[in-house]
Design a protein around this ligand. Structure first.
Ligand code: ADP
Ligand code: MG
Length: 248
């Protein structure tokens, strides 16, 4: 480990974000140490996606700091494309390019953004596909895959550029229930390998398994935070208790 390992991979300090008159993130502060998993829970509209999008700079924050490896990535002088290549994100809906094979989906960023030669990019992609039991899908088009396979390919694609941080935004919400576990097990594998992650999910059993810290968002603020035992199994706030009653 380098001497920098004590610097959190991600730190949010009093982050504020509005859309028009609506304050969507209210002074959100969050520390994500290296190799840790932070899970965001909360009702629809509570700000989970906006928080993740502010982290990888798909949205600009209005106020506060977003520190990535200690660097303030809200600074306009920062190369945001470069930051985005170091932060992988996977969304709820499958975002694969429909007109490209699985292999081309995965190698695109490696080749175009990172300048990796085609042969080498394809070898890396095949190694990753093998690791996630998708080796036989390399030449398929996305519409030939199940939703769970598509989502696993989307995760592999995000991993291909060797991100330092992975963000997952309700990656199983659009899936048939029987396909949920094959996707969650990929995330569990990543955790076992030490990947640093921030995950928005409604799967409370999964959250309990993977989270080092659980944050319950309500109306754009983190109302309650702690270990899964604390927040999911012994919530203190009435709103957290009410939310958990509804999702269980
Ligand atoms: P969650 O992911 O927890 O469901 P979101 O971050 O998607 O919550 O949304 C938080 C609030 O911000 C909601 O009220 C939503 O309508 C609003 N919002 C999100 N994105 C936009 C946008 N691009 N423009 C305007 N309002 C938005
Ligand atoms: Mg969302």
């Amino acid at each position: 480990m380098s001497g920098q390992s004590s610097t959190p991979v991600l730190q949010l300090v009093n982050v504020r974000k509005s859309f028009g008159d609506e304050l969507v993130l209210r002074d959100v502060s969050l520390t994500v140490p290296e190799h840790s998993v932070t899970v965001l829970i909360g009702a629809s509209g509570s700000g989970k996606s906006t928080l993740l999008r502010c982290v990888n700079q798909l949205e600009r924050v209005d106020d506060g700091l977003v520190l990535f490896d200690g660097e303030d990535i809200c600074d306009p002088r920062v190369d945001h494309d470069d930051v985005r290549t170091r932060i992988g994100i996977v969304f709820q809906a499958f975002n694969l390019f429909p007109h490209m094979t699985v292999l081309d989906n995965i190698t695109l960023a490696l080749r175009k953004v990172h300048g990796v030669a085609r042969d080498e990019a394809e070898q890396q992609a095949r190694d990753l596909l093998d690791r996630f039991s998708l080796g036989d899908k390399a030449s398929q088009y996305p519409d030939r895959l199940s939703g769970g396979q598509q989502q696993r390919v989307a995760i592999v694609r995000a991993l291909a550029v060797k991100p330092r941080l992975m963000l997952f935004d309700e990656v199983t919400s659009a899936l048939d229930p029987v396909l949920v576990n094959e996707v969650l097990s990929v995330v569990r594998d990543l955790r076992a390998e030490g990947m640093t992650m921030v995950i928005a999910t409604h799967e409370m059993g999964f959250a309990t398994q993977v989270a080092d810290e659980v944050c319950f968002l309500r109306g754009g603020e983190i109302l309650e935070r702690g270990t899964p035992d604390q927040v999911i199994h012994a919530p203190q706030e009435p709103d957290t208790q009410e939310f958990l009653r509804r999702v269980h």
